[in-house]
Design a protein around this ligand. Structure first.
Ligand code: PAF
Length: 280
């Protein structure tokens, strides 16, 4: 695997690949790679000639300095995992390489970045958009792979790519889960043994909600799921909302939208967990 640490090195290496008309599949990450990331990389391997991964803990998408400080960093393990699956390229720059100057770019996503996560993490999605666009410019992927666990992030990136007509195909990939249903996330390593027993209840409740959803009104379904989550004194719910799967705006009844998704964020100990489930 070729490890590239500067933008100049990466651009030169990528230009060479592009000149051979090879298709590049790209998985941007913040490291602490788990099976979810590996499944994206494996899919990228099947669908492209060359696979690139980036590892960059992007400071401008963290609105909480403690979260940035405590974000797991496991680069040696990550490199080993990438080599095992024969990833071709790792782009692993330092912060000053990516942001030599302060960043003032502002994206307008309308309501899309104001709802759900946006209410609790102001500026987060602008930071995601800045880095993803920068990485797309450097890596020039034909296809880029994103997990559906970060459903709102996926919608933001799809919207940015469409609005700016970026020449990259965004491939949404299903959330990978532990056997007990817990959505895989780099943050899970910070859960205690006791919290690991509670965390799978989040997905279990979403699945139950999906089963009973249309027998109830949207408001009843939401308050049922909220009350189930609140039965666990360890779970501090930030939001649970049933929203339109395109606009992410709250739905009032089941008939108003072509697609509906339930999105949730909870705090469990020191860890903030998000998850979602497509209802239809
Ligand atoms: O999902 C992530 O890991 C990050 O938000 C991303 C897309 C790599 C941008 O920093």
């Amino acid at each position: 695997m070729k490890i590239l640490k500067t933008i100049a090195q990466a651009e030169q290496y990528i230009d060479d690949i592009k000149s051979q008309s090879k298709a590049i599949g790209f998985v941007p990450t913040m490291g602490a790679l788990h099976s979810g990331h590996i499944s994206l990389l494996k899919r990228a391997t099947i669908e492209n000639d060359v696979v690139a991964c980036s590892i960059f803990v992007n400071p401008i998408q963290f609105n909480n300095p403690d979260d940035l400080k405590n974000y797991p960093r496991t680069i040696d393990d990550d490199i080993q995992k990438l080599e095992e699956i024969e990833c071709d390229i790792l782009f692993y720059p330092e912060v000053k390489e990516v942001y030599p100057e302060p960043v003032f770019d502002k994206y307008n996503f309308g309501q899309l970045d104001k709802v759900l996560e946006g209410k609790f993490r102001p500026g987060h999605f602008n930071g995601v958009a800045v880095i993803v666009r920068k990485l797309f410019e450097i890596i020039q992927p034909d296809r880029a792979y994103f997990g559906m666990k970060d459903y709102q992030q996926l919608r933001i990136i799809q919207t940015m790519t469409e609005n700016l007509e970026l020449p990259v195909q965004i491939i949404p990939c299903p959330t990978l889960r532990e056997k007990n249903g817990l959505a895989m996330s780099s943050r899970n390593v910070r859960l205690t043994a006791k919290e690991r027993l509670i965390a799978p209840s989040i997905y279990r409740i979403l699945v139950e909600l999906k089963k009973k959803a249309t027998a109830l009104s949207v408001a009843e379904a939401e308050s049922w799921a909220l009350s189930q989550l609140n039965n666990f004194k360890e779970l501090k719910v930030e939001y649970l909302e049933i929203v339109d799967s395109k606009t992410l705006l709250p739905v009032k009844d089941w008939k108003g939208s072509d697609g509906v998704v339930v999105c949730v964020a909870v705090h469990l100990g020191y860890v903030r967990l998000i998850d979602n489930l497509i209802i239809f």
